[in-house]
Design a protein around this ligand. Sequence first.
Ligand SMILES: [Zn+2]
Length: 292
Amino acid sequence: MEYIILDLEFNGTYSKNRHRFFNEIIEFGAVKLDEQLNIVDTFSELVSPQVTKKLNPHVAALTHINLDELKKSGNTFSHAMARFRRFLGDGVLMTWSNSDILVLMENYRYFFGNDKLSFLRHYVNMQKYCQRAIGYNDRGHQLGLSACAEMLGITYEDEQLHRAYNDAELTALCFKALYDETLLESYIYTCDDDFYSRVTFKNYNICDLKDPNVDKKEMYMDCDICGKRALRRSKWRLKNKSFRAHFRCRKCKRDFEGRITFKKCYDHVEIIKKAAELPLKEDKRAANRTNK
Ligand SMILES: [Zn+2]
């Protein structure tokens, strides 16, 4: 089995034809690894944009690519795509986070009218794999590629980042450092209809306590200092898509705001609990009650 790690650079632009924003691919970069994870082939192509009239300043600054350079390549998306398909063959496609595969699907739909990548057999989200393999567990933030490389002691030149080929190569080094055959198996998706539903599913926070996906048994808070079950002292209210209430830990004699978020993902609900300082008004009321 071969592994193909792909990275794309793209430019967000408004398509007057379609009356919507479109992330147009401007560069493909990929490396091919054999089963021993040796780089056996590489792929690097600029794409001359057909919708973009002007590069987004952020993209230009990040990639150091300019529009003239892209146009000079004379390479259309459909030509680059045809060559990339041959490069991919039957291999497993890997990208850092699923944003690149979503952009690939978006371009496929824009130019070919179909967002399913019919040639694709297997896919791995390398960011998810690396997060798991390295034991990264920050639910609020995803692990960036350069941060992952740093954690692994892999050195890279800052100015080389954010070019498709270099990012693909750096992803390959992270993958190599974190290779675990059994773990990898559980991260390889077969690209069937279920895969496309999964990859396009947009996670959202549930805002209604009556939603059947809300597990009422989870509506409790433990003190984040001593770990004891805290006492709820107010009704639940919804703010910034999390359910919040005033809690008190009797052991620590401490009041805090408990925040519970139910994040609906494709096939499960993630429950995130946080203890925060009480909002000022609540805090005063709590202090009054304590003083009496
Ligand atoms: Zn406590």
